[in-house]
Write a protein that binds this ligand. Sequence first.
Ligand code: HEM
Length: 495
Amino acid sequence: TINAIQRHRRKNLLYPPDPKGLPVIGNLFDIPIEYSWTTYAEWGKTYGDIMCLRLLGQVIVVVQSARIARDLLEKRGNIYSDRPLLTIYEMYAAKLKWVLPSTQMSEYWRASRRIVDRALRPAAITAQYQPILKAKTHEVLERLLSSPANFREHIELFQGSIIMSVVYGYAVKENSDNLLQEARQFARYAAAIAVPGAVLVNYVPILRFLPEWFPGTKFKVLARWGHALGERVVKYPIAFVKESMEKGTARSSMALEQLREFPSAETERTITTALGSLYAGELHTVSALLSFFITMALDPSIQERAQRELDNVTKGARLPDYDDRPNLPYIDAICKELLRWKMVTPIGIGVPHAASEDDVYDGYFIPNGEYGSSLSSPILHDPEIYPDPHSFKPERFLTSNGRLKDDPLLTAAFGFGKRICPGRHLVDSTMFILVASVLATFRVEKAKDTNGHYIPVRVMYTGTLVSQPEPFQCSIVPRDQNARELISAASFYEY
Ligand code: HEM
């Protein structure tokens, strides 16, 4: 047929350039599981902005420029919005095919995206969820006041409790909360098994049929454990919402809104799993917020400029609010630079994409099912677009007269096209209020040792799919007595 002939012709086209790998296994041992983006960047210098890697017969196309990422993921979004099949999700009765960031193009994905895009729409965030974000921010300020050294735990609790509140109306008070802990564990599991090259069975699917006692099949135990955990993580919070609805105590939440609007048993499973996938965003936002403390401790002049801007607006008489945002462009610029400087998902634009049909780009053949990743790090660290890219400079997002600049490239932090992060508007509101409120009330500095000498801030990030700062120290002290009073007064605001 014509199709077969076209296919054959296309197959005569070249694949993008690749580093020579070993026979059969290809580049399997060349791709590091950790910090792979630095290796990709090195390869990019030799092989160009579009290259490919071979992994046990599969081809992973790696794109390192915004132009090509846009061409493929936006302009040809109908082809490049699929995900590679993760065999580990297919095991044990395919129960984990629902995890939204990894799910393949299907009616389920479309229905789930409709649910989460609607739940996370900007209007709902402004009207229903910004009050929750403010209440959670006030809780963090109080915690930072009483135990500043535990800032990391406070930020984790802040973000974890935001997701549980906005998604389920479930109030989390401590990091030890069981629902929160299991959701976290599952988010880490899902992020770890999606790393390209990390789990062999994803590349050699036949291994799934080996029995669990067979040597080297730890992935089977991992898969079984992950599936059971995944089921609990989506089911229990929805059960909580339904019970609260029956008792009449349900708080405003995405789950409540969706269950009320679409009350059939058929939609309930999709609502359950689509909303259950949102916890994935916790690790990401925590990473960006921890980078905030690092950057403030590294460069006091940024903090001072931000505090002058804030004091000008609030006169120190109250905490900043969302209405102040148009008058706080430097705060917004800090938030944007936090997403660019040490991006949260430097490998792949998050999770790899896959092509749902054969395609040809720039004369190169990209086979069905085998598109790989567009990397955000070369895009957001391109020195031509962001001069001195490894320095933290919020002013790059401001015009010469101090207004916020529109930067259409920053979307690379959240992906392009149909798979773009649905949580980005929530992230935007969360980062703004936390950054503005902490700067209004605290001074973040380098910590001091027992002799009063400053301890250098440790700027080390994990090499995982979601890259987070490794443990570091900083000192967080109230700016003055007025700041302490503002925090105590605000604590009346409860959620
Ligand atoms: C700083 C914070 C965040 C960053 C940098 C971030 C980044 C990303 C990226 C790069 C992707 C992949 C896009 C692609 O494949 O092209 C993604 C997907 C996703 N994100 Fe986020 N994210 C953040 C926070 C969140 C939050 C808070 C939520 C939930 C409330 C969330 C939910 C999701 C979901 C469900 C997907 C999968 C979408 C799909 O495959 O259709 N993210 N995110």
